[in-house]
Design a protein around this ligand. Structure first.
Ligand code: PDD
Length: 286
């Protein structure tokens, strides 16, 4: 089956899809993106992702490349053309193509690129054994609430994690508090059984999965606090897990050299993953 990408109004063979060398995404990382999960052919949390996309665009004074309705349609067409059952849609919008000049150019159309990828949404090994994370200094800019394509610090962090045999790196602010993973939000369960994740601010990306999990935890009556937690608190946690569109809820069994709890995936993480899966299959999917 041929694989298509969507580039500025056209469906093209993935291997030949390209944007111009003076695209501002290429030269300045002047662009934003979203990753939306496709579960059994349906988009998960589409609404949340589009609301966050709109916010990212507004924060950077970038226009939508097409109407929201048309964009929803293109996502669906690409999923169908590429025969995606379980996977992701990646969409990126940049300010467009213009001669290299730092300030925003006038009269330029934004670039819209969309791709899809198959993904195993049930990685048995990771779910049965949990994953390892390491902690690293957070060296990013101060507008982490914008889902910008400027991801070099995260690429460096993920590389460090891979070299340490870890799945993810949790970034730590100057006060010793964890902000988030390089491509996921960070969660712990305290010894008292309280679920904790950092509050939304410019310090983190407000994950769409994170927001859905908060709603699900609240409706399940799980004790919950939205606040910063330290590396020491994470090391001593009963449970830990990470969340994102691509990982849903993934249990963590080791943080740096510390075993989390008994070193096996936590019960609450398992419960939240199940709750998210059933939400994704029903009202969260469209
Ligand atoms: N990353 N924090 C960061 C820094 C992220 O890059 C992501 C997502 C998240 C989780 O957000 P969400 O639940 O909306 O996926 C948190 C995507 C998956 C990526 O870059 O591939």
């Amino acid at each position: 089956m041929p694989r298509y990408a969507y580039v500025n109004g056209r469906y093209v063979a993935h291997g030949e899809a390209a944007v111009h060398i003076e695209d501002r995404g290429f030269q300045f990382a002047d662009g934003v993106y979203e990753v939306v999960t496709v579960h059994a052919g349906k988009l998960v949390d589409e609404e949340g992702h589009l609301r966050r996309l709109d916010r990212s665009l507004r924060e950077l004074q970038m226009p939508w490349p097409m109407s929201e309705r048309a964009l929803r349609l293109v996502m669906r067409q690409l999923i169908a053309k590429n025969g995606i059952g379980d996977g992701i849609v990646y969409l990126q919008i940049t300010r467009g193509q213009a001669p290299r000049d730092f300030k925003y150019p006038k009269g330029v159309s934004p670039t819209l690129v969309m791709t899809t990828r198959f993904m195993n949404l049930d990685p048995v090994e990771q779910l049965n054994h949990g994953v390892k994370v390491i902690t690293i200094p957070d060296i990013r800019w101060k507008r982490r609430d914008i889902k910008s394509v400027a991801l070099l610090p995260q690429a460096m962090g993920k590389q460090k994690a891979a070299e340490a045999g870890a799945f993810e790196a949790w970034q730590v602010d100057d006060e010793g508090f964890i902000t988030e993973g390089c491509s996921s939000n960070a969660w712990i369960v305290t010894d008292e059984g309280v679920l904790v994740t950092r509050h939304a601010s410019n310090d983190i990306l407000n994950g769409i999965t994170r927001q859905s999990l908060i709603r699900l935890a609240e409706s399940a009556g799980i004790p919950f606090e939205e606040r910063a937690f330290s590396v020491a608190e994470a090391h001593a946690a009963r449970e830990a897990f990470l969340s994102s569109a691509t990982t849903y809820v993934t249990p963590i069994t080791q943080i740096d050299e510390h075993k989390v709890g008994e070193g096996v995936p936590g019960a609450l993480a398992g419960k939240l993953r199940e709750a998210y899966l059933s939400y994704a299959r029903s009202e969260g999917a469209s």
